[in-house]
Structure formats: C-alpha cells, structure tokens
Ligand binder design. Structure first.
Ligand code: AMP
Length: 281
C-alpha cells in the first residue's frame, strides 16, 4: 500500500492505472476504522482492480466543534489494518490541501438535506457533498463505496452524482453490526463498556418497530413503542422516522414496499448515534 498526501502525486498514479485499463474503487472514510469500513474495502476489492481509500476528518461537515475535536483518530493502526485488508492506495490529505483556508461553496439539497440529520446538524450535508465532490474529482473512481449506515448521506451522494454527472457508480454496502446488534461506528470508541451495552437500544427499538409495522402496518403503534422503550432508558431519542429511501419523507401508506426504511438517532451519554433498518430485507 502506498500512502499519498499530495493531489499531483495521487493523480499521476491514478492516470497510470487508467492507462492500464485498471478499474478504480474508492472508499472515502474519516478513519478510526472498524469492520464496517473494512466491509466497504472488501466490496471494493470485489469490483475493482485498484482500491483507493481516503482518511480525512472533514471539518466542514461538523456543525459541533466539540465533536470535531473529540472525533477519534488512529492513523497508525488504520494504516496497518488497510494494508492487511488489501487497500492499494491511501490518500491522506491535510486541511490545507483540501481547503487552503477557504470554505466558500455550499450545497442545498432541499428537503433531502433538512429532514432527520439535517434538522439536528445544519450544514452537515453541504460539508459532506463538498468534500466528496473534491475527492471524486481527485480520485476519478469508477465505483465509490458508501455504507447504508449513513442512509441520508447515501441518498444525498447518489443525488450529487446524478445531478453533477460524476462518471462513477455509487455502491451501497449493508450495515455491519456488533454481535448484539449495535451498528459499528467510529463514535462507539467514545462509549464506556456499560454505555456500549446500553446502546443496543437503538437496534432493539428498530427491530421492534419493524415487527410492529410488518404485522399491523401502523406507524403510530411503532412510534409509540420506540418512545416507550426510550422513556425508561438512559439513552435519549432525538428522532425515529419511517421514510422512503428516495425522498427521505415520512411514509404514511404502502409500508410493505422496498423503499421503506426506519431511521433513528439519539444520544448515549454524550455520544450521538444513528442507525436504520429497511422494513423488507
Ligand atoms: P465514516 O468514517 O464514519 O465517514 O464512514 C466512512 C464510510 O463507512 C461511510 O460510507 C459509512 O457509511 C461507512 N460505514 C460506517 N459505519 C459502517 C457500518 N457499521 N457498516 C457499513 N458501513 C459503515
């Protein structure tokens, strides 16, 4: 694996691969890697000849300074893990390289960017779209791999790719979970052991709501159940929504269709967690 911190250098390498007709798969990350990230790398290895990963904690997608400061950074162990898992090129840009002190472009995705996460993290998806656009233009991948874990991000990136004619295909990778259901996340590193166990409520609430919705097709009943579970729990619920994965708006009928996804977010201690689950899977 080669680690690169310069745009000219990675572009030269990518053009060499392209001249050899190599298919490029790209996995953008913010590091503090876990098995969820590695399932993206594995999916990229299946589809591409060359796997490019990036690690960059993007400041413009953090609306909360404290969250940016506290975001876990494990660069040396990340490098070892990526090398072991078959990453060919690791792009490690600096803030200076990606932004050069500027942050002048914003994206507006309409309701896609203002519902759910957008309500609680203003500006977040604009920052995501900006960094992903920069990275796509540098790496020029044939395939880009994103986790279903960040469902709203995925929907927005698909929109970005479609509307800006990025010449690549977005591949969705399913959520990788801990044995008891907690969705893997770099933020889980900030949970105590006790909080980590308690955080299973997010998965349990989604699973219960899913069975209720499948059985009764009553969103109210499912929502009531989720609220009741959180009412007697240490974790704090921010939202629970039953939405379509295309427009991210609440569904009020036809729950049993393939686009229905249950989304949840909240705090366990002072760590904010998100998760989601398709109704039909
Ligand atoms: P992050 O480093 O949190 O920005 O995540 C980088 C990529 O890994 C994103 O596409 C995430 O959706 C994906 N990802 C994060 N957690 C998981 C998980 N538990 N399962 C699958 N993909 C994940």
């Amino acid at each position: 694996m080669v680690s690169i911190g310069s745009i000219a250098e990675i572009q030269a390498l990518i053009s060499k691969y392209k001249s050899q007709d190599k298919v490029i798969g790209f996995v953008p990350t913010m590091g503090a890697l876990h098995d969820g990230h590695l399932s993206l790398v594995a999916a990229a290895k299946e589809k591409a000849d060359i796997v490019v990963c990036s690690i960059y904690v993007n400041p413009t997608q953090f609306n909360n300074k404290e969250d940016l400061i506290k975001y876990p950074r494990n660069i040396e162990s990340d490098k070892t893990v990526l090398e072991k898992n078959g990453c060919d090129v690791l792009f490690l840009p600096s803030d200076e390289l990606m932004y050069a002190g500027r942050n002048t472009i914003t994206f507006d995705f309409g309701t896609l960017g203002t519902v759910m996460e957008g309500k609680f993290r203003p500006g977040h998806f604009s920052g995501v779209a900006l960094i992903v656009s920069k990275l796509f233009n540098i790496v020029l991948p044939d395939f880009a791999f994103f986790g279903q874990k960040d469902l709203q991000q995925l929907t927005i990136i698909k929109k970005l790719v479609e509307e800006l004619f990025f010449n690549l295909e977005v591949i969705t990778v399913p959520i990788k979970r801990e044995p008891h259901g907690l969705a893997m996340s770099s933020r889980n590193e900030r949970l105590t052991n006790e909080e980590r166990n308690e955080a299973e409520i997010f998965f349990n609430a989604l699973s219960e709501a899913k069975s209720i919705l499948k059985e009764d097709q009553s969103a109210e009943k499912a929502e009531r159940k989720v609220k009741a579970l959180f009412d007697k729990h240490k974790a704090q619920l921010e939202y629970f929504e039953i939405v379509s994965d295309t427009d991210l708006l609440p569904k009020t009928e036809n729950y049993l269709e393939a686009d229905t996804v249950l989304c949840i977010a909240g705090f366990m201690g002072n760590v904010r967690l998100i998760d989601n689950m398709y109704l039909i899977s």
